[in-house]
Structure formats: structure tokens, C-alpha cells
Design a binder for this molecule. Structure first.
Ligand code: FAD
Length: 385
């Protein structure tokens, strides 16, 4: 193999370059990045960058030492077998890593709506979050909650509009999401409320009400950035379809990070996980696969969010219908576990209880049966349940 092209210069892209070199690949690597920045981490954008304690989050990797031909501002625009079409012409490849991430979903309307995906988005939004600004955040999911945290801290008048019955309800269900309601103190939270459009000067709700706003932030989710593959002979379904080795349907092509929908052996289903840990870990396996080694990607997915002064962590994957058990705790610190039918741990959510998260993740990996009666006692360490 002479040349590997990596499409997408986010975390998964740069980690793919590192993994290829670490495995001894000495050929040419071209890294295509639609953005003009060198690779950076996104989690700090809605935390330290938005809060103003940091101005950037560049990934600590030395592109010169990696001897990678990094092409900022160049997009992959199409794919034929053995050739990536780019905004600067055709680029033949022997191996291709698809790491184009995800794009934020926006809502109808002509009004200005901020999204938070890139460093430029974060810096632009931060400049608008000033004391007294009327800010409407659409969506009380992970990003919406973190933006609301920063906006309230900046002294803005914040309204959060959420279509579901509770914050985070899509991610963890309404019952657990409702436990975060007290965190919205000082914020107007509108639940079960649908936005029709973002118009000049504010947000129009489906029932006709208009919420005035100086700043509107839309945080209603992302979709895999695979439009550039629309005409290509490659399977796409909720992202790039990949097997457990992260191999896409086109020979010599692997997919990693937010854009990859890979087959999970552990869960017996296809997963597409939009979390940092996946972008960090999957490239090891993708690089090995590309170089002809037999590697399987089978992690216990992990995610964290920092909102309203709380550390929220989730590990695992809970199918619909998994049994939910609460582990209360002192001072508002709590966790919850999802059990499968045979009492193995499917997933754990921990709020300011990092030990539950760490132990829970190991337990999910190992797969022992749990004792539900011990599990609901927060004083019993999870590993002893
Ligand atoms: P990306 O980071 O999206 O990188 C893909 C890159 O490809 C982008 O730079 C994009 O411009 C480029 N690209 C797209 N299309 C093309 C093309 N056609 N040609 C060339 N380049 C292209 N996860 C957590 O676990 N915890 C958190 O707290 C957390 N916080 C987050 C906060 C924010 C604001 C955001 C946006 C995400 C957060 N995440 C968090 C998610 C995590 O950052 C992502 O899962 C991770 O960035 C995915 O990495 P990636 O490399 O797959 O995709």
C-alpha cells in the first residue's frame, strides 16, 4: 500500500494518521480537512472555550513528525473506487479512512441560528453571550444543556425550549432527565414545546407564540457528514456502514468516528456513537484493518458532559425496555443502571459519582450477573453488586 487518504481532520482523522504510523506504515498519508484549522478536540468548545477559560483545543500531535500531507481547506467531494474526488481535484488512494464526522441539524426559518460544532462557531457564539442578552437555546440535550450553562454563567437571560417531556429525555429517558430539572434554576425551561422556525428577532413556536431573542442557538442533534458519498458505490445507512473491523463495503475503505455505523459484536446491533471516546479509540482498529491485521472494534461506549456544575457520565448501551434501577446518593450525587433481562449490566449513568462510572464500565465489559437488591444501595460499591 503506497498512499492512504484520510478524509476528515477531526480527532478520528488525526488519530488514524497516528495509528497508521504507530503500526509502521511508511507510505504517503494525505489528510483532508474541510476546515482551515489544524485538528482540534470538540468537547472543550461547549465548556472551556464557551466559558472563556480557553481559546482553543488543538490536538497535541505533531503533524510534521507524522510526515502527513495535511491539506487544510480541502474537502472530499466524491468517491470512486480507488479515487477520492476533492475540491482540488482527484486523489488516487490505496487505502481510505472516512472520518468526516457529523454536521449539526438546523431548523427552518430565515433568522440567524447559531450551531456549535466548530471552533469558529464557539468563538462567534462566545462573543454574543454577554450580560443581559436574551438567549433562546433550542434543545435540552447534551449540547443545549452545556450552552445554557455557559449562557447563564455569562449573565444572559436564558430560555431553553425542549420538544420532549424533560431535559436529556432522548438520551437517557424522561424519568432520569427529569432529575436534572433543578439544575435549570434561573433559566426559563419550556418542555413539550416545539419550535416551528427561527425568524428575525427570535423563535416561532408551533402554537404561534414568538419568543424574542438576541441570540438563538440550535442544539437539536447532528447527522453524519456523508453527503459527499451520495453518488458513491458504498453502503450508507445512518452513516457509513462498517463491519466489526470498521471495514466499509468498498474494498480498501474503513470508517471511524461520528460518521461510522459499525457492527457491534457486544451488543449484536449496528452502533453509531457520536462521542469523543469512539473517535479516540476506533482509529487503532481501522488502521490495523487497513494494514491487513485482524482487529475488532468492540468497546463499551463512553460519554461525559459537564453541565450546571455537574459531571454526567454514561457508559454502555441500553436497549429499549432495559430495566432501570436508581442508586440514590448524598448531596444530589446519584447514578442509575440499566439491567438486561438476565440481570447483566447494560449501561450506567453517573452524576458526580465517577467511581460508579469506572466500575460500571468494567462490569459491562466483563458481563457478570448483578444483584439488583444490592445495586440500589448507593453505599455498596458497584463492583460488589
Ligand atoms: P469531527 O470532530 O466532526 O471531525 C470531522 C472533520 O471532518 C471536521 O473537521 C469536518 O470539517 C471534516 N469534514 C467533514 N466533511 C468533510 C469532507 N467532505 N472533506 C474533508 N473534511 C471534512 N463527546 C463526548 O464524549 N463528551 C463531550 O463532552 C462532548 N462534547 C462535545 C461538545 C461539542 C461542542 C461537540 C461539537 C461535540 C462534543 N462531543 C463530546 C462529541 C465529540 O466531539 C465527537 O464525537 C468527535 O468530535 C467526533 O470526532 P470525528 O473526528 O469523528 O468528527
Amino acid at each position: 500500500m503506497n498512499r492512504v487518504v484520510v478524509a476528515g481532520a477531526g480527532l478520528a482523522g488525526v488519530r488514524s494518521v497516528e495509528a497508521l504510523r504507530a503500526r509502521g506504515f511508511e507510505g504517503e498519508i494525505v489528510l483532508l480537512g474541510q476546515e482551515r484549522h489544524r485538528p482540534y478536540d470538540r468537547p472543550p468548545l461547549s465548556k472551556a472555550v464557551l466559558l472563556g477559560t480557553s481559546d482553543s483545543s488543538f490536538v497535541d500531535s505533531d503533524l510534521a513528525t507524522l510526515e502527513v500531507d495535511f491539506r487544510p481547506g480541502v474537502s472530499a467531494t466524491g468517491l470512486r473506487a480507488g479515487v477520492v474526488e476533492t475540491s482540488e481535484g482527484d486523489l488516487p488512494y490505496d487505502g481510505l479512512v472516512i472520518a468526516t464526522g457529523a454536521d449539526p441539524i438546523t431548523l427552518p426559518g430565515d433568522g440567524q441560528q447559531h450551531v456549535l460544532r466548530t471552533l469558529d462557531d464557539a468563538l462567534e457564539l462566545r462573543a454574543r453571550l454577554v450580560r443581559g442578552a436574551r438567549v433562546v437555546v433550542i434543545g435540552a440535550g447534551w449540547i443545549g444543556a452545556e450552552v445554557a450553562t455557559a449562557a447563564r454563567r455569562a449573565g444572559c437571560e436564558v430560555t431553553v425550549v425542549e420538544a420532549g417531556p424533560a431535559p436529556l429525555s432522548q438520551a437517557v429517558g424522561a424519568e432520569l432527565g427529569a432529575r436534572t430539572l433543578p439544575w435549570y434554576d434561573g433559566i426559563e425551561l419550556r418542555l413539550d414545546t416545539m419550535v416551528a422556525s427561527v425568524d428575525e428577532g427570535g423563535v416561532r413556536l408551533v402554537d404561534g407564540e414568538f419568543l424574542e431573542a438576541h441570540v438563538v442557538v440550535t442544539g437539536v442533534g447532528v447527522r453524519p457528514a456523508v453527503e459527499w458519498l451520495a453518488g458513491a458505490d458504498i453502503d450508507l445507512h445512518n452513516g457509513v456502514v462498517a463491519d466489526e473491523h470498521l471495514r466499509a463495503s468498498l474494498p480498501g475503505v474503513v470508517a471511524v468516528g461520528d460518521c461510522a455505523a459499525w457492527w457491534s459484536r457486544r451488543y449484536g446491533t449496528r452502533l453509531r456513537v457520536e462521542h469523543w471516546d469512539t473517535a479516540l479509540g476506533a482509529p487503532e482498529v481501522a488502521a490495523a484493518t487497513l494494514l491487513g491485521e485482524d482487529a475488532v472494534y468492540d468497546p463499551v461506549p463512553y460519554f461525559w458532559s459537564e453541565q450546571f456544575g455537574h459531571m454526567v457520565q454514561y457508559a454502555g448501551h441500553h436497549p429499549a425496555g432495559a430495566r432501570l434501577l436508581h442508586r440514590g446518593g448524598p448531596e444530589g450525587k446519584w447514578s442509575a443502571c440499566w439491567l438486561t433481562e438476565d440481570d447483566t449490566l447494560a449501561a450506567v449513568l453517573a452524576v458526580d459519582r465517577p467511581r460508579d462510572l469506572v466500575q460500571g464500565r468494567r462490569i459491562i465489559d466483563a458481563g457478570p450477573r448483578m444483584d439488583p437488591e444490592r445495586l440500589v444501595d448507593p453505599d455498596v460499591p458497584l463492583r460488589d453488586c
